[in-house]
Design a protein. Structure first.
Length: 150
């Protein structure tokens, strides 16, 4: 009887530990996935690939970019990036820093951070600022649905 009680206690502890580990993993997993989207965007930008950079955004007419103007729709945001960063010199080298991911439920998150573009004078000189992003979990993964960059 004592052996059975120890086995049952061991299984209960193991299940409790696995449940806690699964709960901890489910809590950090979305944050890591979102940070990976941003790392992928940073890498795409730094190789001059705006199309790949844009894969971090939801391809929807409702996706919104707020900067000095407000752009609605994936196609408009893509056109803005292509117009504003028409050359590798204008794109420069992008670094995201001070990233903070705050979950707003299972399917939404807000990310705040800083960006820095290192560019030559011919490319427009260095640029830096802050941003806030709203991410939504889609079938295809985490996507930006709102970008406010200044």
């Amino acid at each position: 009887m004592r052996g059975t009680a120890n086995v049952v206690l061991g299984i209960a502890l193991l299940l409790g530990w696995n449940g806690a580990a699964a709960k901890a993993q489910s809590h950090t997993q979305p944050q890591e996935a979102i940070q990976q989207v941003l790392a992928t965007q940073e890498a795409a930008w730094n190789r001059g690939d705006i199309a790949a950079f844009m894969r971090g955004y939801d391809d929807s007419p409702n996706t919104t970019f707020i900067g000095t103007t407000i752009e609605h729709g994936y196609a408009m945001i893509l056109a803005r990036y292509e117009r504003k960063y028409a050359s590798r010199e204008a794109m420069g080298h992008l670094d995201f820093t001070d990233l903070q991911v705050r979950m707003l439920g299972e399917n939404h998150a807000v990310v705040t951070g800083r960006f820095h573009l290192t560019r030559t004078q011919a490319g427009g000189g260095d640029a830096a600022g802050v941003f806030s992003l709203v991410f939504e979990k889609e079938t295809a993964g985490w996507k930006i649905v709102l970008d406010h960059t200044s």
